[in-house]
Design a protein around this ligand. Sequence first.
Ligand SMILES: [Ca+2]
Ligand SMILES: [Ca+2]
Length: 396
Amino acid sequence: VCGGVLTGLSGSITSPDYPENYPNNAECHWVIQGTSSSVIKLIFVDFQMEQSEQCNFDYVAIFDGPTMGDGLLSHHCGNMKPPEVVSSAYELLVVFKSDFNIANKGFKAYFFSGACQEVYTAVKGNFSSPQYPHSYPNNIKCRWTIQLPLGYRIKVFFLDLDLEGRNSLTDSCDYDHLAVFDGGTETASLLGKWCGREMLSPIISSRNKLLLVLHTDRNTANRGFLVAYFGVVPMNVSCTRTEFQIQIPTQSLAQLERNKIYLGVPSCPAQVVGLTFRIHARFETCGTEPQKRNNTSVIVSILYIDFSDGNQEDIHQYEVQCEPKRKEALVNLISGSNPYRPNHYAENLVESQPKDAGVADIYESKAQDTSDFVFISICILAGILMVIAIVGLVLL
Ligand SMILES: [Ca+2]
Ligand SMILES: [Ca+2]
């Protein structure tokens, strides 16, 4: 017996007798049905079938609907794990077939549907476990992927976490857990794995992709989780003794016009120079003001990036800071508008950055610049004039 109709938010299918060899002369049909507004994603985690050139001996075929009359999405045999498959509507048919001889281990695949698998590409967003704030379903494995343009990093804020607690015997999250991976797949490095009611501090990805996976076991379900995220805009902020220099690759804010990016006031917008948005602002302009921080004099302003569209206001703010004496610049994400905790997001990006990533340079820069040479030249000139004056006086 194999095949059938599968309707959960998530689940797995395997070839008959997996992980033992599959039988000869087998044929299985699985129809996966999501809810009417969802698509279905199928991910193979193991795949070992008899190899043949046209894949007509043993194979797995995937159709974009409930019958073999629906479009063939893919057709596989051999030992190459098939790539991820996504249906165009809410049904998917998986067919497994073996011929009269030569068997192998077979396959294992997970499917995800509806509220249980989502890919987010917007610069900010929030999402929750299925049925939040009501109890999540048992026996699910759900995946949420955040994928932003190159150069972005992703900061995730945990607004709520309430999962089944730790296993008291092993003191680990064996029952239900939320895991976050620093990339697009579960093979990427694990940023954390949580359960129970821990209060989590925000996490930040090292690149432009992040994967959240929720695993639940067969009983005991709690409220689940609610998270919000922002894309941290890639930017290069530096300063001289007299001005800020801010550069952002146009590619990462492709949908924005230059006047949506401004320092302090809308009358200080970015210019487009080659492939970058650029702002050069002297300290007495563009809302900059001197402040004392830790007994050090700094110059501070706010960089606004306005993602608003139509009636939805969405302005991200980054505080830029310069210590003119050392010509050191910093940038901190202050906020993006969020319905849950509007003022919770004052975070120092520099602190949370891995030192080895080389990305820290983006936020902190000590570049020498021309104003330095002018300053030194004036000092030397003044010195020479003074010497001449003294010599003159002595001679007189
Ligand atoms: Ca065979
Ligand atoms: Ca549970």
